[in-house]
Design a protein around this ligand. Structure first.
Ligand code: SF4
Ligand code: SF4
Length: 389
């Protein structure tokens, strides 16, 4: 992590002391003391992602969610992902999570389609003193600007695929215009209120469509004053890998149900050009005071070959995802991941989070993860690095 990123973290910790507490908990989690207790026990997670809805106004080429939701047979038994959370649901979730105050990532679908989303953020941040971030495609930021700023929202993770037509080629015609208009409005409301706005991280997934337009995208973001950049290498779990995985594992519990980035082909990435593009972005951001650039995973020259040509990821074993992070879906089901072991562990509407987290299902899962070690699909894992970890 670079000096700017550390300064950025330090500034955020000063503004949100709850992050310091969380950082200490992450450090303790990293010591893996809970694994020594055996029996699948875990300390409570440091991050909980909550999806109040899986609906979205867009239909991105790269969207794993949309690709999977159209197949009812890919939905695990006992889930109702077409449901949308109501305000009482969100109140209940906030109360249940407040006992240990993890970092909350509000995700989707597009969360701003849910009425009362700002009220949910307000309860999390102002009433329950948690750190809440919002993952959004940005189309509704402008119209919700006042309510979001009133809510105390701490962080916005903005999905951007490119500038102009590049963005549209992935997100659909007119998407860039809508994003830009909404974003400009949001930023202007922030300025007019003279308030401390939420941190904004622009998250750019590298794809064949935008690989050579990344610097142009970053220049556009800089021109808007957005200098916190997170580049993510694309993830693709096509049907073939999913089938190979499923035939290598032992039973239904270990099976993977969801593909991811089905239309993305690693061979369409021009590695030499991409390495150069990223070098130029790093250089450019170094010249901007306070700018940060995170890359997930941050590959060295051998890493690029492994990632794009040999399709191998580098990941420490065993995977600690199920000791650190949980996902709450719109029907209240707590899921361990959105790739592997995609089974409901319990429902937060009917049980406390603590009961679920160290309940029979989760403890069985953790023992299974240790037993299984690395799974074939781990090489292409989206969850074990970056935002979710
Ligand atoms: S904005 Fe996100 S959730 Fe919506 S279609 Fe695009 S990738 Fe999927
Ligand atoms: S690395 Fe990813 S796919 Fe593998 S066990 Fe962890 S969360 Fe699952």
């Amino acid at each position: 992590m670079g000096f700017s990123s550390r300064c950025d973290q330090f500034r955020r910790a000063l503004r949100h002391p709850v992050l310091v507490r969380n950082r200490i908990r992450r450090f303790v989690s990293g010591l893996k003391i809970d694994s020594m207790f055996g029996g699948g026990f875990s300390f409570l997670p440091t991050t909980v992602a909550v999806s109040p809805t899986l609906k979205c106004n867009l239909n991105c080429l790269t969207c794993g969610l949309k690709q999977n939701l159209q197949y009812p047979e890919r939905m695990p038994e006992g889930t109702h992902f077409d449901r949308e959370m109501t305000l009482p649901d969100m109140r209940l979730i906030a109360r249940r999570l407040a006992s240990f105050r993890p970092v909350i990532l509000i995700s989707g679908g597009e969360p701003l389609l849910v009425p009362d989303l700002s009220e949910f953020v307000r309860i999390l941040v102002r009433d329950q003193h948690m750190y809440a971030g919002l993952l959004t495609n940005g189309h509704f930021l402008g119209e919700h600007a006042q309510a979001l700023l009133n809510s105390g929202l701490c962080h916005i993770y903005l999905s951007v695929d490119g500038y102009g037509e590049t963005h549209d080629s992935i997100r659909g015609a007119g998407a860039f215009q809508k994003l830009e208009t909404s974003l400009v409005k949001f930023l202007s409301v922030c300025r007019s209120r003279r308030c401390d706005p939420p941190a904004i991280t622009a998250c750019i997934t590298i794809t064949p469509q935008n690989q050579l337009a990344l610097l142009q995208t970053v220049e556009w973001l800089i021109s808007l004053g957005l200098t916190r950049i997170h580049l993510k290498h694309m993830v693709s779990i096509p049907m073939e890998l999913l089938s190979a995985h499923n035939s290598a594992v032992r039973d239904d519990f270990d099976r993977v149900h969801w593909t991811w980035g089905e239309g993305l082909r690693y061979e369409d990435i021009n590695i030499t050009a991409l390495v150069e593009e990223i070098r130029r972005i790093k250089l450019r951001l170094k010249s901007v005071p306070g700018a940060t650039c995170e890359i997930t995973p941050d590959l060295d020259s051998r890493g690029y070959r492994e990632y794009y040509l040999e399709r191998k990821g580098r990941r420490a074993d065993p995977c600690r995802m199920f000791w650190k992070t949980a996902f709450v879906y719109p029907d209240g089901n707590v899921m361990p991941s959105n790739i592997c072991y995609f089974h409901p562990m319990g429902n937060i509407f009917s049980h406390s989070f603590e009961e679920i987290w160290n309940g029979d299902q989760y403890r069985f899962l953790r023992k299974r993860v240790i037993e299984n070690g690395r799974l074939p699909v781990c090489d292409r894992c989206y969850c074990s690095h970056g935002l979710w970890s």
